[in-house]
Design a protein around this ligand. Structure first.
Ligand code: AMP
Length: 308
């Protein structure tokens, strides 16, 4: 049995991108918005669990962004500062904000990044490999000591350019989170549930398929669980919705300390509501405003909406 003193210092470790995004929606364009997959995931998870971030920023990373992470209670020991420029991404949304085009991805300091987990991170029971080069995800997997539950995310760029490494990642995790387009690109399956089942053959126990405003599906060998998205009044910027989903999902699991099928099922609800807050503002603004009770209240409202 673990004594209280032996409890790991962190519940959840997240590795992923930390960067500055330039985002154009049909209504607005913003430059250098604090973003990145790890930023969104950590911000969403930090409301529920003690989270450590693994990533790299450049010399130009603003002090106010660091202050933002600290205010959320995110542990930053795992974030290196390197010579060079911070990761930058820019994208433009169509009038239908489920569709987006990447204009530019500048890996900058991520191009030469070799994650080194601080000792306190290696024993964390939950690990989320947010969207970043699969080689980096593998490097983190090699450094952790038997985590209880590992989930990963990815994107079209890595499916196209790093498929063998991505396949190794998928073979070593408990759960993969992908959006519908990525699932099609990965498996060439004509239908989503069929594609998710094909991915189960690669190793994970579960696959979560995110379908933007149309909700999500959790597919395991035994079950399919479907949940609609929370209907927000106005979507301002969908960037980071998938990462916030994953952060809410993993944050809730880490808080509950569980990885049993019922806990994983429940975590879908918290992923869904975290994503709904993320899209209500540019960047992390809305995720920084909310409290755990806001997530819980929205989760209850969503449950009320799906009761038939
Ligand atoms: P999402 O909208 O959930 O797909 O996530 C958008 C976030 O992913 C943005 O904040 C970007 O900074 C980040 N991002 C975009 N491209 C990449 C990439 N190639 N590797 C890592 N992160 C990325």
């Amino acid at each position: 049995m673990h004594s209280k003193a032996a409890r790991p210092a962190l519940d959840l470790v997240v590795v992923g991108s930390v960067g500055l995004d330039t985002i154009a929606t049909p209504a607005e364009r913003r430059r250098d918005v604090l973003g990145g997959s790890a930023s969104y995931a950590c911000a969403a998870a930090a409301r529920m669990a003690r989270v450590g971030m693994v990533g790299v920023v450049g010399r130009d990373f603003p002090a106010r962004a660091v202050a933002r992470f600290r205010a959320l209670g995110i542990d930053l020991q795992g974030v290196q500062r390197a010579e060079g420029r911070t990761f930058r991404w820019s994208g433009v949304y169509a009038r239908d904000m489920n569709r987006r085009r990447t204009l530019e991805t500048a890996l900058n300091v991520f191009a030469d990044f070799a994650p080194e987990l601080p000792p306190a991170y290696r024993a964390a029971p939950f690990l989320f490999l947010a969207n970043i080069a699969p080689a980096l995800q593998l490097r983190v997997l090699d450094q952790v000591r038997a985590p209880r539950f590992v989930a990963a995310d990815t994107m079209d760029l890595w499916i196209r350019t790093a498929r063998p490494a991505l396949r190794r990642v998928i073979g070593r995790i408990d759960l993969l989170l992908v959006n519908d387009a990525e699932l099609r690109q990965l498996t060439h399956a004509p239908a989503l549930i069929e594609g998710a089942r094909r991915l189960l053959d690669w190793g994970p126990r579960g696959v979560v398929v995110k379908k933007g405003e149309h909700g999500c599906a959790l597919v395991t060998r035994r079950t399919v669980v479907l949940l609609p998205a929370f209907p927000v009044a106005a979507v301002r910027d969908p960037t980071g919705a998938g990462d916030a989903f994953a952060g809410g999902f993993m944050g809730w699991l880490a808080r509950a300390g569980g990885s049993a099928p019922d806990a994983v099922r429940r975590a879908l609800l918290y992923g869904t509501v975290a994503a709904s807050f993320a899209v209500e503002s540019f960047g992390l603004d809305r995720l920084c405003e909310i409290r755990r009770r806001d997530l819980a209240a929205r989760a209850r409202r969503l449950l009320g909406m799906v009761r038939v």
